[in-house]
Ligand binder design. Structure first.
Ligand code: URA
Length: 222
């Protein structure tokens, strides 16, 4: 855990304010000297329950994709662009007259991403990863602004990234002086509802493996 204690009580956005009793924001997880940082979108119900990113089905999926090209998740640091579950609620009136409320995931708002930016930034600064892998559009836009995933997926970018202003209540960004290696991938969940992305995603995973070899990041190779 690379983050300060006050992270655990963060209520800077609407999703933090709607956390369930007893739950905390989900910190990044992994080696504090990891060379590769992988950034997803937001925690879901399972992640909130265990306070770890990529648990349950989403975690299994990710492990399989990484292991499929000989990469080791345990040697990476894994985090999300936002740290509390963004959800919507649906009320259903049951036959017995009671109301059942069900929650389903939704993408985080821009406000939530900007509110959470300082936590991700702290982890990036402390870790200084040799390679950042973004999963889906949310972490890509968080780091690179208005870039389109369909244009950059599967390519190694050497770029400045957006860093949050240091004032606590600011949600503005500035561009880093340092350049970072960023490798954007589609979010693995996207290939479940967009079948046409399946082959593209597998090809991108192969390119990721090749990039890791070229950058000589041997720590994440199985
Ligand atoms: N679980 C996470 O922690 N992040 C995602 O982006 C999806 C599932």
């Amino acid at each position: 855990m690379l983050l300060p204690e006050k992270f655990l009580t963060c209520v800077r956005c609407e999703d933090g304010l709607r956390r369930e009793e007893g739950q905390t924001p989900v910190p990044g997880y992994g080696l504090s000297n990891a060379e590769v940082m992988l950034i997803g979108e937001s925690p879901g119900a399972e992640e909130m329950k265990y306070a770890r990113p990529f648990q349950g089905k989403a975690g299994e999926n990710l492990n399989q994709f990484l292991a499929g090209v000989g990469l080791n998740r345990d040697q990476m640091y894994i985090a999300n662009a936002t740290r509390c579950r963004p959800y919507k609620e649906k009320e259903t009136l049951l036959k017995n007259g009671t109301v059942r409320i069900t929650k389903s995931n939704r993408p985080p708002s821009k406000h939530a991403v900007a509110s959470c930016a300082a936590w991700l930034d702290m982890e990036i600064q402390l870790l200084a990863p040799k390679l950042i892998i973004t999963l889906g559009s949310t972490p890509l836009k968080r780091l690179l602004g208005e870039r389109s995933i369909s244009e950059v997926h599967g390519n190694l970018l050497t770029v400045s990234i957006q860093r949050p202003e240091t004032k606590e209540d600011s949600r503005e960004f500035f561009w880093s002086d340092e350049l970072y290696h960023v490798f954007p991938l589609y979010h693995p969940a996207a290939i479940i509802y967009r079948r046409e992305l399946k082959e593209v995603f597998h090809e991108d995973m192969r390119k990721l493996r090749q990039t890791i070899e070229e950058l000589k990041i041997t720590s994440v190779i199985l």
